[in-house]
Design a protein around this ligand. Structure first.
Ligand SMILES: [Zn+2]
Length: 256
């Protein structure tokens, strides 16, 4: 079975065919999906989907690109969910994204720190989005996230950074970008780090792997990430599916 550990199945691009999209995932062997929020509205959608489908688990949080929307009410709502919703398995997706000029680094850091503290307080894993902000993301985790576990989703750092994260207890998530022929650095990291710390994900509707690159992504395509990982590690794809499925269950503390 496959575990798509990061998929935005609440996205409006699925409004036309959500049920068919989920059915294709089930038919492709996807047994569990983790749907993270990016703001309060999408976190509520993720929670609603986790209630509706046994296969779906949720993360709640404010994405760095939505950091300007976060206020004290947002954090009150997140606390409420954490106290009441059994299928919330992480705070996410949260972190830093320095690709765009807005929101400012300062605003992003404030909102990220708040959520790192929240994850520590509730003893729940954290699902991290780190784009072009490796140094500050690591510094915030070192300073505020002692003992915190989680995943760097859609990993884009170096092998050295991955090794530090592994020591800290983090898992490394790979998406369709690892399947792209040009992603030699990512392929090398995926070949070298311990298999029991690797998660696979789609980050759908984005980052579609070949052979569907350029089209809308969906959880069924996580099998292409598994296949590439199997090729890189010289293993059977069934074995990779099994290991990454168990990894997802372990980090998100899912009892099946
Ligand atoms: Zn995402």
């Amino acid at each position: 079975m496959l575990f798509d550990t990061h998929c935005h199945i609440n996205d409006t691009s699925y409004d036309v065919d959500r049920q068919a999209m989920l059915q294709r995932a089930f038919d492709a062997g996807v047994g569990v999906m983790m749907c993270p929020g990016t703001d309060i509205l999408t976190s509520a959608e993720a929670v609603a989907m986790s209630r509706q489908y046994t296969q779906v688990y949720a993360a709640v949080g404010i994405h760095p690109e939505d950091a300007a929307s976060a206020d004290s009410e947002s954090f009150t709502q997140i606390r409420k969910w954490l106290a009441t919703e059994k299928k919330i398995v992480a705070i996410g997706e949260v972190g830093l994204d320095y690709h765009w000029p807005e929101p400012s680094h300062e605003v992003q850091q404030k909102v990220f720190i708040e959520q790192v503290k929240l994850a520590s307080e509730y003893n729940i894993p954290i699902d991290i989005h780190d784009r072009e902000a490796h140094g500050d993301t690591m510094n915030i985790l070192r300073q505020y996230g002692k003992g915190l576990q989680g995943v760097f989703h859609c990993y884009s750092g170096s092998l050295e950074m991955a090794q530090e994260l592994l020591k800290m207890g983090f898992y490394i998530g790979f998406t369709g970008t690892m399947v792209f022929p040009k992603s030699q650095k990512l392929k090398r990291i995926a070949s070298e780090i311990p298999l029991d710390r690797i998660l696979i994900e789609t980050d759908c509707p984005y980052l579609t792997p070949p052979p569907f690159r350029g089209r809308r992504n969906e959880p069924a395509y996580v099998k292409y990430v598994a296949a590439e990982l199997a090729r890189l590690r010289g293993m059977e794809v069934e074995e990779i599916q099994k290991i990454t499925f168990e990894n997802g269950k372990r980090i998100f503390r899912i009892d099946l």
